[in-house]
Design a protein around this ligand. Structure first.
Ligand code: SAM
Length: 280
């Protein structure tokens, strides 16, 4: 066990500072004060951070820590912290360590008995979740799905029975393909696509996975978060909706029996129940 008081002025302290995810004004006074106090600002992309902090008149020594050099770079930073330098780490946007470098740096710092503290700011998935209209009490943040379609399908298959709201990051060039796979694996659940958060073109698209997967891709540019309701269909789908789903798959060319099986798989509702309903 190890107890650390962040602000007791004993021993080195590494700050992790969240930076804006779009609107550059979304950086707190405290974040600017802390960054101003530092000897060195370690950053995922030093040019990007320099240009952000130039807006606030902050000029510092920068050090690059990115995904590909995180281990070696963190060892170097730990030596500097132990030598008494004040250091903060920032990633390109939002919180370090959230689909960004930072995790290894934190682990290495803790191993060396260096205190770690955070300065709050924006995080894309938190913004998206709280405004999504989907349950916020329990959620599962996945981040980026793997690049290959079959791996994506496997991962979604594992997540399919989670009751928590599911959250994913995605890039604009893949989003439509991903939404189609999500619909195929998770069914017509409620979903929200939150795009360009805090920027001029911020948009929330609320619908079902089926509807989202049919959006014109030319209208899906920029950065985006996908939020999907968890598995709790038994309570939510009424008999008419079940029959609509069966009808949907019949129209798509499946036999009645296969359509009932697909709807049973996607809703978790017993297929004999759906069969009886369809033959009433
Ligand atoms: N560290 C960041 C955070 O705390 O949210 C996430 C960085 S990750 C490399 C970048 C991904 O976050 C984007 O591909 C997108 O999925 C999401 N993202 C970042 N900024 C966003 C924004 N303004 N609107 C919507 N999604 C955003």
């Amino acid at each position: 066990m190890n107890r650390n008081k962040s602000f007791d002025n004993k021993g080195p302290l590494l700050y992790l500072v969240a930076t804006p995810i779009g609107n550059i004004s979304e950086i707190s006074k405290r974040a600017l004060d802390v960054l101003n106090e530092m000897d060195i600002i370690a950053a995922e992309d030093t040019r990007n951070t320099k240009s952000l902090l130039n807006n606030y008149g902050i000029e510092k020594e920068y050090f690059s820590l990115r995904e590909h050099n995180e281990n070696e770079a963190s060892e170097h930073l730990i030596k500097l912290l132990k030598a008494g330098k004040k250091i903060a780490y920032v990633s390109d946007a939002g919180y370090p360590g959230i689909s960004d470098p930072g995790y290894l740096l934190v682990c290495n710092a803790i191993k060396e008995d260096i205190k770690v503290s955070t300065v709050c700011g924006s995080c894309a998935f938190i913004n998206a979740l709280v405004a999504s209209g989907l349950p916020t009490n329990h959620f599962y943040f996945y981040g980026f799905l793997p690049p290959k379609d079959n791996e994506t399908k496997n991962e979604l298959g594992i997540l399919k029975n989670h009751n928590e709201t599911l959250i994913f990051y995605e890039s604009p060039h893949r989003v439509l393909k991903t939404l189609k796979i999500m619909f195929e694996v998770l069914g017509a659940r409620k979903a929200v696509l939150a795009r360009e958060l805090t920027k001029l073109n911020e948009e929330y698209i609320r619908g079902t996975l089926e509807e989202l997967s049919e959006i014109n891709p030319d209208t899906l540019k920029g950065e985006m978060v996908i939020i999907i309701e968890g598995q709790n269909e038994e309570i939510k789908i009424d008999d008419n909706e079940l029959l609509d789903r069966v009808g949907y798959f019949i129209k798509k060319g499946l036999s009645t029996k296969d359509s009932i099986e697909v709807v049973s798989d996607e809703t978790g509702i017993n297929k004999n129940y759906i069969y009886k309903l369809a033959h009433k």
